[in-house]
Design a protein around this ligand. Structure first.
Ligand SMILES: NC(=O)C1=CN([C@@H]2O[C@H](COP(=O)(O)OP(=O)(O)OC[C@H]3O[C@@H](n4cnc5c(N)ncnc54)[C@H](OP(=O)(O)O)[C@@H]3O)[C@@H](O)[C@H]2O)C=CC1
Ligand SMILES: O=C(O)[C@@H]1CCC=N1
Length: 273
């Protein structure tokens, strides 16, 4: 990764991306991070990752050195952050927003500059280099800007180019997706304990079930239906479990989860702050 990047926002998502970048060999000298006020957090980021932070440098100094600025604050904090950033930006610097909901037009209109904007929707699995990131060309951006975003985010997992209007759905599916899986893990553990297994045994078994199934999907490139059928003996235990899942509306629950998260992303994009 040859670009120098400043993250505006030092929270969970920025840390996940930074961890992934550093673990895949990005020089720490090329990464800077700033936030609103939490100095302890910047000290932590500096101590843990060796990256530049702005508690001992001016934000102007960080931005001046960067070809790419990644916006990583909550949508409600965007406009104050842009107010602070505007006067330091040069026109050729690429802005990448990981904000849910907020369109590149909203960012561009509020900034009032011609900076190219690309939107990316990663997820926290970036921490282990396994994000599923959706990327969309936004205001003033061309193919070269998309390529830069792809280069950055391919260091932390897979990248899929989509139209910007589809990023709401990508957010509801892939940005939020890890939380759905963690929730399923919690429920499986809870079920096993309630039905009589020791907590430690339940924890070890459920985690490995998820990891094993995920690795099968990743390594074998086989349809999940086919993998499911290989587990399911006619008249056996899996068939009984799957029937209970559908009787209790698993497919409907997951459909509703993706739909409601997508709607929430659309709402976040409409809010005026
Ligand atoms: N968490 C996730 O799984 C994902 C999150 N996203 C998106 O990433 C963004 C950040 O989420 P997340 O990391 O979870 O949020 P966090 O609350 O963990 O972090 C937000 C960060 O933004 C900083 N911030 C707030 N206001 C400003 C400002 N005016 N100038 C500079 N920095 C500011 C905060 O600083 P301080 O602490 O000093 O207030 C904090 O470091 C959101 O827009 C979210 O939609 C996208 C994909 C997945
Ligand atoms: O919950 C959120 O709004 C953010 C966006 C995707 C994942 N986390």
């Amino acid at each position: 990764m040859k670009h120098t990047i400043t993250f505006i926002g030092a929270g969970n998502m920025a840390e996940a991306i930074i961890t992934g970048l550093i673990n895949t060999g990005c020089p720490k000298e090329r990464i800077f991070v700033t936030n609103k006020s939490n100095n302890e957090r910047l000290i932590y980021m500096n101590n843990n990752y060796g990256i530049g932070v702005n508690h001992d440098r001016e934000i102007k100094e960080l931005i001046d050195q960067s070809e790419v600025v990644i916006l990583a604050m909550k949508p409600k904090d965007l406009f104050p952050a842009l107010d602070h950033l505007r006067s330091h930006l040069q026109n050729n610097q690429l802005i990448i927003s990981v904000l849910a909901g907020t369109s590149s037009k909203q960012i561009s209109d509020y900034l009032g500059t011609q900076n190219p904007i690309v939107r990316a929707m990663p997820n926290t699995s970036a921490t282990v280099g396994e994000s599923a990131t959706g990327i969309a060309r936004g205001a003033n951006a061309d193919d070269s800007h998309l390529r830069i975003a792809e280069e950055i985010f391919s260091a932390i997992g897979t990248t899929t180019i989509v139209d910007e209007e589809d990023l709401h759905l990508v957010t509801g599916l892939a940005g939020s997706g890890p939380a759905y899986i963690y929730r399923i893990v919690e429920s499986l553990e809870q079920a096993a304990v309630t039905l009589g297994l020791e907590q430690e045994a339940a924890k070890a078994l459920v985690r490995q079930v998820i990891v094993g199934a995920a690795e099968m999907l990743k390594d074998l490139d086989v349809d999940p239906g086919e993998l499911r059928r290989k587990v399911t003996s006619p008249g056996g235990t899996t068939a009984a479990g799957l029937e209970a899942l559908e009787n209790n509306q698993l497919s409907k629950a997951l459909f509703e989860a993706v739909k409601e998260a997508t709607i929430r992303s659309q709402e976040l994009g409409k809010q005026q702050y």
